[in-house]
Design a protein around this ligand. Structure first.
Ligand code: HEM
Length: 161
C-alpha cells in the first residue's frame, strides 16, 4: 500500500511534528525536574510534581503514541516498509521501548503528584529517578535521530547500530 505524494507529505509533516514535539515536551519536563531538584521551597517542588503529571499525561504520552502511530503509517505506507531497513526497525524498537518506560514511569509520577497535592509533602527522592528517565529518553531520541540522518544522507539500507 503506497501513499500518494500529497498524502505522504501530509503524513510526514504530522510524523515530524509529533516526534519532534515529543522531544520538546521532554525538554520542558526536564526543566520542571531540575527546577524542583534545585529548589528548597516545598511549594515549588509540589507544583513541579503536579505539572509533571499534567504535562506527562496530556502532552508527552499523546505525542509518544502519535509518533509511534504516524511512524507506522510512514513505514507501511511507503517503500521503506517496517522490516526492510535496520534504521526503521531500530526506530520502531526504541520508540516502543521509550513509550513502555514512559507509561510505567507515569504511574509513579501520578502517585507522587497525588501525594504532593493531597498531603502537602514533597518527595525529593523520586525526582532523581525522573531525571534519569527524562535524560535517558533524550539520549534514545538522539540515537533515533542519527538513524534518520543516515536515511537523509543516502538511504543506506545496511546501517547497523
Ligand atoms: C521519537 C521517535 C521518532 C522520531 C524523533 C522520528 C523522526 C523522524 C524524522 C525527523 C523524519 C524525517 C526524516 C527525513 O525526511 O529526512 C522521520 C521519517 C520517518 N520515520 Fe520517524 N521518527 C520517530 C519514530 C518513528 C517510528 C516508530 C517509525 C516506524 C516504525 C518511524 C518511521 C519513519 C519513516 C518510515 C520515515 C521516512 C518517511 C519518508 O521518507 O517519507 N519513525 N522520522
Amino acid at each position: 500500500m503506497t501513499m500518494t505524494p500529497g498524502l505522504r507529505k501530509f503524513a510526514l509533516t504530522a510524523h515530524v511534528t509529533f516526534s519532534v514535539g515529543w522531544l520538546g515536551a521532554v525538554v520542558a519536563y526536564l526543566a520542571l525536574v531540575v527546577a524542583a531538584l534545585t529548589s528548597q521551597d516545598a511549594q515549588t517542588v509540589r507544583a513541579a510534581w503536579i505539572a509533571m503529571e499534567l504535562s506527562g499525561w496530556f502532552a508527552i504520552v499523546p505525542l509518544a503514541l502519535a509518533s509511534l502511530l504516524t511512524g507506522l503509517v510512514m513505514s507501511l505506507g511507503t517503500e521503506w516498509g517496517l522490516f526492510r531497513y535496520y534504521w526503521v526497525l531500530i526506530k520502531l524498537l526504541l520508540t516502543i521501548l521509550a513509550t513502555k518506560v514512559l507509561l510505567g514511569n507515569m504511574q509513579t509520577v501520578s502517585f507522587l503528584a497525588d501525594v504532593a497535592a493531597e498531603t502537602g509533602s514533597a518527595n525529593l527522592g523520586g525526582l532523581q529517578g525522573q531525571l534519569l528517565h527524562a535524560g535517558g529518553w533524550l539520549a534514545g531520541v538522539a540515537r533515533n535521530h542519527d538513524t534518520v540522518g543516515v536515511q537523509a544522507a543516502g538511504h543506506d539500507p545496511l546501517w547497523v547500530a
